[in-house]
Design a protein. Structure first.
Length: 105
């Protein structure tokens, strides 16, 4: 189990969560945060609206915690392109959440 767990995250979990936290956190106390179910539904709607390649890259990074280098190889992109794509997608996610009440600052 431990070997398979390492393959899933490979030390990428903390880094990936930190990247997402910048987009999702609004400096709120846990009591003020959006209910988990609502946030999950909003995230699902956001992901369905993305072009397929962007969605797949985003899911590889933030669901499977794949390293940037692995994602770049899998899709035939440079690491720089993957990083840029993820940065733009996180920015779009942040705007989407703000516009839909997911981040009330």
């Amino acid at each position: 189990r431990r070997d398979r767990a390492e393959k899933r995250g490979g030390g990428q979990l903390a880094l990936a969560l930190e990247e997402l936290d910048r987009s999702l956190s609004g400096g709120q106390d846990p009591e003020e945060a959006v209910l988990q179910g609502e946030l999950s539904a909003m995230l699902s709607r956001f992901l369905r609206a993305l072009p397929e390649t962007e969605r797949r890259v985003f899911v590889c990074r933030y669901w499977y915690m794949d390293p940037i280098a692995d994602i770049a190889r899998r899709f035939g992109f440079s690491q720089s392109k993957v990083k840029s794509m993820l940065m733009r997608t996180r920015a779009r996610l942040k705007r989407y959440l703000e516009e839909n009440g997911g981040d009330e600052k």
